[in-house]
Design a protein around this ligand. Structure first.
Ligand code: TTP
Ligand code: MG
Length: 425
């Protein structure tokens, strides 16, 4: 797989830091969030000052009080933490749409496609930390690495306010001195089993050949351990719903049944979607269309592209092919839309620069001889054309470039109407 860059962002002593931020008299003091120390509850989190006394998450509050009687004990104020968490997410989404929230204070970002706009992955990590400090008055620790497993280990290494970068090729050396329990997928039970056979550090684990691990832990877990010890992890960053797709749909002032008009709408919609994909540094691997007729009957049709793309022409051809196969029988339509899904970072490789040996999904349409799967060799050229057109339109207005197929056609009232709507973004 082509090189990826993943960030793991994790706020420091999150609940306690928010409390200390909002109540300056608590700064520099041991603060325990979790509730009344006379209750039977447990510690949600403790400020770093309280951690110095041995207090940690999930410890009974009564025990925390014994360890540090002078600590300030506070109830959990979820509403407040959730608000800060949403502000955090808004900051992260400025750097990439590929944000996977793991918890209120923790997220993975795939910044592979963000480098042209924001600089190196380490630059992006620094910019995120700075935005969090300036805008939220809080600190975060960030791990920067070629995958999730390494990024998460890295963010934890220099807490609080840490920034650790793991370069590709450094994974094994980086992990070697750490206790095995730091690795993703190794919980307390597995760590104990490993300790029983003399494996304490990742370096110990690295010295075990795959076959021996599989004999000891079974085929699947043995392989997982072998991969984890080498920092191998291909899990993608799974975006939250809001950024799972980039789409556009139009409701017409009056219903349309003319195919050419519908195709023109799809072309404009697809160009818009592609432009937003490129701006976000993403490729789409799935295209979905939506049709709604005058009786409000709505259908969607979807297919996986033979090659992920950010080219409007390819999205449009796929939308049109889906439309042709949709069973629509010339009924007037009041709404059509197209959306790009299955997003992935652009710099991880486009579908058109054929890399030998990589598995590829066959086009849904190629067998039927349709246009949709056809000419991905032309995709790079089309991307350049579309980028140039987009730049011209941004500078000189939306009407400056019009597809030849639409130029000079007799413009109906309806058509003018939807053209205006579509071209004004
Ligand atoms: P963590 O990120 O695990 O901990 P933290 O942010 O408090 O401290 P740090 O990352 O610097 O080590 O968890 C985030 C929040 O989730 C934490 O502030 C409180 C809450 N939480 C619980 O309520 N119970 C728990 O057992 C844990 C681990 C966390
Ligand atoms: Mg945290």
């Amino acid at each position: 797989m082509a090189e990826r860059w993943i960030l793991h962002v994790d706020m420091d002593a999150f609940y306690a830091s928010v409390e200390q931020r909002d109540r300056p008299e608590l700064r520099g003091k041991p603060v325990v969030v979790g509730g009344d120390p006379r209750s039977r509850g447990v510690v949600s989190t403790a400020s770093y000052e309280a951690r110095a006394f041995g207090i940690h998450s999930a410890m009974p509050l009564a025990q925390a009080r014994r360890l540090c009687p002078q600590a300030v004990f506070l109830p959990v104020d979820m509403g407040r933490y959730r608000r800060v968490s949403n502000q955090l997410e808004a900051i992260l989404l400025r750097f990439t749409p590929l944000v996977e929230r793991l918890a209120l204070d923790e997220a993975y970002l795939d910044v592979t496609g963000s480098q042209r706009l924001f600089g190196s992955p380490a630059d992006i990590a620094r910019a995120i930390k700075q935005a969090i400090r300036q805008e939220l008055s809080l600190t975060a620790s960030v791990g920067v690495a070629p995958n999730k497993l390494l990024a998460k280990v890295a963010s934890d290494l220099h807490k609080p306010d840490g920034l650790v970068v793991v370069e590709p090729g450094q994974a094994e050396a980086f992990l070697a001195p750490l206790p095995v329990g730091r690795l993703w997928g190794i919980g307390k039970v597995t760590a104990r089993r490993l300790a029983a056979v003399g494996v304490q550090t990742v370096s110990d684990l690295q010295s075990w050949p795959l076959s021996r691990l599989q004999r000891e832990f079974g085929v699947r877990q043995g392989e997982e351990l072998w991969r984890a010890a080498r920092g191998l992890d291909s899990r993608p960053v799974e975006t939250t719903d809001r950024v799972k797709s980039i789409g556009r749909e139009e409701t017409f002032a009056s219903d349309i049944r003319d195919c050419r008009e519908l195709y023109a709408v799809w072309r404009a919609q697809s160009d818009d979607v592609a432009r937003r994909l490129r701006r976000a540094g993403c490729l789409a691997s799935v295209v979905t269309i939506k049709l709604r007729d005058s009786a409000f009957h709505t259908i969607t049709r979807q297919c996986t592209l033979p090659h992920p793309t950010d080219v409007g022409r390819e999205i449009c051809r796929t939308a049109q092919a889906l439309f042709e196969q949709s069973g629509w029988q010339g009924r007037p339509l009041r709404l059509i839309g197209v959306s790009a899904e299955g997003l992935r970072p652009a710099d991880a490789g486009r579908g058109d620069d054929s890399r030998a040996g990589e598995p590829r999904q066959l086009s849904l349409f190629a067998a039927a001889g349709s246009a949709a799967g056809g000419d991905s060799a032309a995709a790079p050229r089309w991307r350049k054309v579309e980028e140039a057109v987009a730049r011209l339109q941004e500078r000189m207005g939306p009407g400056v470039v019009v597809p030849a197929s639409e130029w000079g056609q007799e413009a109906s009232r309806k058509r003018r109407e939807f053209r205006e709507r579509i071209y004004r973004f």
